[in-house]
Ligand binder design. Structure first.
Ligand SMILES: Nc1ncnc2c1ncn2[C@@H]1O[C@H](COP(=O)(O)OP(=O)(O)OP(=O)(O)O)[C@@H](O)[C@H]1O
Ligand SMILES: [Mg+2]
Length: 473
């Protein structure tokens, strides 16, 4: 099996969603950590800025930066980061500090400002304040800057503390999902295992107990399928057994008559044996022919059926003509009642001919000797094809049985094999048509009527009119 497992598929989707959530959470955590790292170190930087600003004094009306060397050392002492300052007078320019520090943008006097910038190509955090020293008209900007190494380290540490438990949680969530999915899918996997372990010939229904709704539908459908398969296989077996049995009878007769002909003492008894042999061969041929026709109408073979537009009027004329010779031979009153116009249905002409031939054959065979047989086509919303005779008819109690394979009425004479009406029923069902058997005119005889559910106009909307115009009349 190369298809992906349902469980793995579910887990992959679930895991993907969880990992995405974790990634989003990590981004949010990063910004939170950065915010707190900045909050801590900015405060220190602001304090330093205030301290340096306090060292700006006015001496003799001139602004000076007066910070003892020790104070400057304390300010600049840092093992990790580099710290810079710049004291900038509005009138005199740089008073003290690092020339590479950017000149701060204008801001209100006394207000602390923060920004990011670069010094000597390194990213730094900048803090500045503008002050107006007492006794001077000058404005002085005190700027302090610090590289970002400590902040980055703190951010990383906070991030690690926040994300590590979440990764562990993800692992636990995936484990729980695996267990949950496995448990949830258990009825399905059990069902799959049961079906897989089955022998091909074992056709008992699969167990439906304890299955969830979705799997229950599946199991019910499988069981319906198994039941249908069982019925079909049973019917097939019965049919093959019946067919073998039916074939054996005429073939045994063939053998018997052939032996008799061989051993015949005089030409007369030889001719009699040969005639009997001929009859047996005909019966066997008829049986084989009927079996083959029936096989062609099986649903499995029905894909090969060629559906097209069939004119029932033409069909009745053509098939009827084929039977005229036999009707004359048996002195039957064989009539054809068809409308003038074509009656189109959707069907397979070859199979419909077969259906009609079987009905006519029965009427000729089982009807009254020198009786009347009528072939009819009726044009209506549901077109009809009917064959009626004035023979003994079929008792009401037998009417549903005669369509079964190999069934013949107890008093049926002749050499029929009991397949004709099964063939009729199969062909009708391929055409969505209904076969009905009733008494003939005045309650005597038999009337077989095939009613088509749809006309060709319904099967081929919009095309029939054109075809009718060019159809043979
Ligand atoms: N028109 C009819 N009148 C009286 N009985 C009929 C008529 N048609 C069919 N039957 C009865 O129904 C039985 C089944 O008919 P069906 O055509 O299936 O088989 P068959 O004629 O015996 O054999 P096959 O047609 O296969 O050679 C017949 O044996 C006959 O007893
Ligand atoms: Mg028949």
């Amino acid at each position: 099996m190369n298809s992906t497992s349902l469980r793995v598929g579910l887990l992959l989707r679930l895991g993907g969603a969880l990992v995405l959530l974790l990634a989003l959470d990590a981004v949010a955590s990063y910004f939170t950590a950065l915010h707190f790292a900045n909050l801590v170190y900015d405060r220190w930087l602001i304090d330093s800025t205030h301290s340096l600003a306090q060292a700006v004094r006015t001496t003799n009306g001139q602004v000076v930066f007066d910070l003892p060397a020790v104070g400057l050392e304390v300010f600049q002492f840092d093992e990790v980061d580099k710290t810079y300052y710049r004291i900038q007078s509005a009138s005199r320019g740089l008073i003290a500090g690092e020339v590479a520090l950017p000149v701060a943008a204008a801001s209100p006097i006394g207000a602390i400002r923060l920004a990011n910038g670069t010094v000597h190509g390194q990213a730094v955090r900048l803090v500045w304040i503008r002050i107006a020293p007492v006794g001077s008209r000058d404005i002085v900007t005190v700027t302090v800057a610090e590289t970002l190494i400590k902040r980055a380290t703190l951010t990383r540490e906070i991030l690690l503390v926040m994300v590590a438990p979440q990764i562990a949680l993800l692992g636990i969530a995936l484990l729980l999902a695996w267990l949950g999915v496995s448990r949830g899918l258990k009825p399905l996997t059990d069902l799959a295992r049961e079906i897989e372990a089955r022998d091909h010939h074992y056709l008992a229904p699969v167990s439906e107990a304890g299955l969830p709704r979705e799997a229950h539908v599946l199991a019910t459908r499988i069981n319906e399928l198994i039941a249908r398969l069982g019925t079909a296989i049973g019917a097939q077996k019965r049919f093959v057994a019946d067919a073998a049995h039916q074939l054996r009878t005429p073939l045994a007769a063939v053998l018997l008559h052939a032996e008799r002909a061989e051993r015949a003492a005089d030409p007369h008894s030889e001719r009699l044996a040969l005639r009997a042999l001929h009859g047996s061969v005909e019966r066997a041929a008829r049986l084989i022919q009927q079996l083959l026709t029936l096989a062609r109408t099986e649903p499995e073979a029905a894909v090969a059926v060629q559906f097209g537009r069939v004119d029932l009027t033409m069909l009745a004329r053509r098939v009827g003509e084929e039977w005229i010779a036999r009707a004359l031979e048996h002195e039957l009153d064989f009539g054809l009642v068809v409308p003038q116009e074509p009656v189109w249905v959707r069907g397979d002409e070859r199979l419909l001919s077969e259906l009609l031939s079987n009905l006519i054959d029965n009427a000729f065979r089982y009807g009254r000797s020198r009786g009347r047989v009528t072939l009819m086509v009726e044009a209506a919303a549901a077109p009809r094809l009917a064959v009626e005779d004035d023979g003994p008819g079929i008792p009401a109690a037998e009417r549903h049985k005669i369509f079964e394979r190999f069934y013949r009425l107890p008093d049926a004479g002749g050499d029929g094999c009991g397949l004709g009406l099964s063939i009729v029923r199969e062909i009708a069902s391929l055409h969505d048509a209904q076969v009905e058997v009733t008494s003939g005119e005045n309650g005597a005889g038999a009337r077989f009527c095939v009613t088509f559910a749809r006309t060709a106009a319904e099967a081929y909307p919009g095309t029939v009119q054109r075809t009718t115009a060019s159809a043979p009349s």
